[in-house]
Ligand binder design. Structure first.
Ligand code: IVH
Length: 675
């Protein structure tokens, strides 16, 4: 049934859906307590998006549909903070906290009540709300002015677009920290490892890089999170800091809760120390990084009496945790060969307790790092675990070095297959080029192939691959499809049921869509998203294989590095053979009928440039629609451009160029008409 709604019916429905979705977002992302299934949630969102497409004039810029991103920020505008974003004075010892207490006690007459909070190690942000709606989000910058990152911040699900209730001030700013949860960070790095990209060093830098990305759709996928800790404005209806945060919680913000012990009212210095000691020990258990504790005076009146220094409030101080360090002996330097052939030197240590875990190994990164720190086998070394996932060696105890100690020469050949190592200019790490003959690389390719986001083959896991490889049953991906029941049954931990499961999983994988097969075959730098873009653009593997460099870089998100890697991949005989064999086996190497069905050739022969901000579609949707209908998308205007689809805020230089060349400019409605 598809009865058309009137505009006023649609308006009501949009309002209703918006409210419902906002509430579910709050339940899920702020309270961690969802009350409907993901599926039901998606259905609600889908309804809303559909209505907004049908009635674009009713679509709100703070609609929860904006959470998926899609708008592009070409350059982040610099804006001046209404209230300067000050920093906190830091302290590193308990004495300094005692001094702080003595100092501020002299500034006021009455008793002081403190609030202890976590010091979040993320990216500071100030968000302004007007009439209960998110109006602008700005980075700290230099404290006086920062970058407008509103579009990206709107994709962070724990930050409300519209406030709950109705007793909020007409205008106010709320400050806090944006961060990448540890599990999301680890997942992200795992994906990077799979496609052979250099790993991100820590969650904080990754969060700060993410928040400044131009494509908000990518930001939306990164699952950033937030904690808010400071409300500012004129005539605020609060008497204390704690009260301000409790109220902000009711408006829908994610604020620290007393029940989690993330925030605590303290009356004495001992209580403050208890809070510090508790989190110094427990911080590893949190799913986000903290680098200390912040102590604030609770009463607004007392805060005012104490005032500010040039840089920071006198009524607050940060206590910074020491990065946990341990001293231990470096027994041996060994070398690890990654799935993509990258060599990582590893320090094998005398086991030592650090940040709640026993550390036996630490990364030495690369040859330069070893040389820079002059790290030698037998040395006593200092190991540290900061925000980084892998412990690192930060120094050597020179006084304890054996007088006969010698620097160790870095390996020249692969420890696994003895091939001469290579090091490309600009790369910090050595790598083993023997892609097809080096065991960890062979196993790695198969493990990536079967992994969840690639072919997701039921019954097969990393250990099974290891087992099959060691038993001499598989040497490459194709061998997996040639496995026989009789070969598997005699293996350890294999029973009739698990064997059937594996064989069924392999059979089923023949239906996995092309884009995932493309990701699974492991072309360097072709991750999940890039594989999707390639599949949509070229439609089948042969078109990708024969594409020239210029043809490749025209596709969405394909840059020079990826294009070169794709071309290189197809020059290798083994890769060509692999694809031929997998094709013969029956894997999907082109888009399916159904995927092609939504296609037409209405725009064949036409080249489009998409510019500006749109309301009916996101930019990606527009580009997909152009390609699905046989048109081409180009990044710059030239004589070959047939149309420019222009949204709001199209760049002035583009407009000038279009006029000079006489290229037709159409809006999204006109474009819609064409297809
Ligand atoms: S309050 C005027 N509370 O630490 C005081 N800051 O060095 C405003 N930070 O720029 C800051 N956790 O980015 C405050 N619970 C917390 C915090 C916190 C982290 C950051 C913030 C600030 C920096 C100060």
């Amino acid at each position: 049934m598809n009865i058309k709604m009137t505009a006023s019916e649609a308006k009501n429905k949009i309002q209703e859906l918006t409210q419902e979705i906002n509430q579910h977002n709050y339940n899920y992302y702020v309270l961690s307590n969802p009350i409907i299934s993901d599926y039901d949630f998606d259905m609600l969102l889908e309804q809303l998006i559909k209505l907004e497409h049908e009635f674009p004039e009713l679509a709100d810029e703070n609609s929860p549909s904006k959470r998926v991103g899609g708008d592009i920020t070409k350059a982040f505008e610099t804006v001046k903070h209404k209230y300067p974003m000050l920093s906190l004075s830091n302290s590193y010892s308990k004495e300094e906290i005692t001094d702080f207490e003595t100092r501020i006690k002299k500034l006021v007459e009455d008793e002081i009540e403190y609030v202890c909070e976590l010091k979040y190690d993320g990216v500071a942000i100030g968000i302004t709300y007007v009439d209960g709606r998110l109006s602008r989000a700005v980075t700290r910058g230099d404290g006086t002015q920062g970058d407008d990152i509103t579009t990206n911040v709107k994709t962070i699900k724990s930050i409300p677009l519209k406030l709950m209730g109705n007793n909020y001030p007409k205008e106010f700013e709320i400050r806090g920290e944006i961060f990448l949860p540890k599990n999301v960070f680890e997942e992200l790095n795992k994906e990077r490892e799979e496609i052979g990209e250099q790993l991100y060093a820590n969650a904080r830098n990754t969060a700060s890089g993410t928040i400044k990305m131009q494509d908000s759709a990518v930001v939306a996928q990164r699952k950033l999170d937030s904690y808010l800790y400071f409300v500012l404005g004129e005539n605020m209806p609060f008497k204390t800091h704690l009260e301000s945060l409790e109220t902000a919680g009711k408006w829908g913000f994610k604020v620290p809760k007393e029940k989690d012990n993330f925030i605590k009212k303290c009356k004495t210095i001992d209580e403050i120390f208890d809070f510090i000691n508790y989190w110094d020990k427990k911080r590893n258990a949190l799913n986000f990084d903290i680098d200390g504790v912040v102590i604030k005076v609770n009463s607004y009146r007392q805060q005012e009496e104490m005032g500010f220094t040039a840089k920071s409030p006198k009524w607050a101080i940060a206590y910074k945790f020491k990065a946990e360090q341990a001293k231990t002996k470096l027994l041996e330097i060994t070398y690890q060969v990654g799935r993509t052939g990258v060599i990582t030197p590893v320090a094998n240590l005398q086991p030592v307790l650090l940040a709640g875990t026993t550390v036996k190994r630490a990364s030495l990164h690369n040859a330069d790092q070893i040389e820079k720190l002059d790290i030698r086998e037998g040395d006593w070394v200092f190991v540290e675990k900061g925000g980084e996932i892998i412990p690192k060696i930060v120094g050597v105890e020179a006084t304890q070095r054996d007088i006969f100690s010698q620097p160790k020469k870095y390996i020249t050949h692969c420890p696994e297959c003895n091939t001469l190592l290579e090091r490309t200019e600009g790369d910090a790490k050595h790598f083993c080029p023997n892609e097809w003959g080096c065991p960890p690389q062979i196993k790695g390719k198969m493990q990536h192939f079967i992994s969840r986001k690639a072919m997701n083959i039921d019954g097969l896991g990393e250990e099974t691959i290891e087992q099959l490889y060691n038993a001499g049953l598989v040497k490459n991906i194709v061998d997996l499809y040639r496995l026989q029941k009789e070969q598997l049954l005699p293996l350890e931990r294999m029973a009739e049921k698990s064997v059937n499961n594996i064989l069924k999983g392999l059979e089923e994988s023949k239906k996995v869509p092309f884009e995932r097969v493309l990701f699974a075959i492991g072309i360097r730098y072709v991750g999940e998203t890039v594989a999707k873009k390639l599949a949509r653009h070229f439609k089948n593997i042969d078109a990708i294989k024969t594409a020239t460099f210029e043809e490749l870089i025209v596709a969405d998100e394909i840059g020079d590095k990826i294009a070169e890697s794709i071309i290189h991949f197809f020059t290798i005989e083994q890769n060509q053979q692999l694809i031929k064999n997998l094709k013969d086996i029956g894997l999907q190497f082109s888009l399916s009928e159904q995927q092609l069905e939504n296609r037409s050739e209405k725009l064949a022969g036409l080249t489009f440039v998409v510019s500006g901000v749109f309301t009916l579609f996101s930019r990606d949707e527009l580009k997909n629609l152009i390609e699905q209908n046989g048109g081409k998308v180009s990044g710059s205007i030239s004589k070959k451009t047939s149309y420019i689809v222009a949204g709001e805020n199209m760049g002035p230089s583009k407009l000038q160029k279009a006029t000079e060349l006489g290229v037709a400019i159409i809006d999204e409605q006109q474009f819609s008409g064409m297809i």
